[in-house]
Design a protein around this ligand. Structure first.
Ligand SMILES: [Zn+2]
Length: 96
């Protein structure tokens, strides 16, 4: 029987990282921006890069960074940035 190893992912950019420096506590909420998503529970973890943007309050730079990390062909780059900005706005509204 093999043991499953779960590698945590950054909740901002989706990057897999073994160790995270920062977890941002938030209230449980259901996203209005991404209605099919599961409830956001307890906390968002951030990789080193995303933590730096969050700590500086540089949300536009964070959105651009995440848009470059998240690979999808379904949206243009600008659409991704706009969606990510809205997702992060919800996070800030529920952050404790
Ligand atoms: Zn990240």
């Amino acid at each position: 029987m093999s043991q499953q190893i779960i590698i945590p992912k950054c909740d901002f950019c989706g990057k897999e990282e073994a160790i995270f420096g920062q977890a941002y506590k938030c209230r449980t909420y259901r996203s209005r921006v991404i209605p099919l998503a599961a409830d956001m529970i307890d906390a968002w973890v951030a990789c080193d890069e995303c933590e730096r943007f969050v700590e500086n309050g540089d949300w536009l730079a964070l959105a651009h960074y995440c848009a470059r990390q998240i690979k999808t062909t379904k949206m243009s780059y600008i659409e991704k940035v706009a969606l990510i900005l809205n997702i992060h706005k919800e996070f800030r509204e529920h952050r404790i």
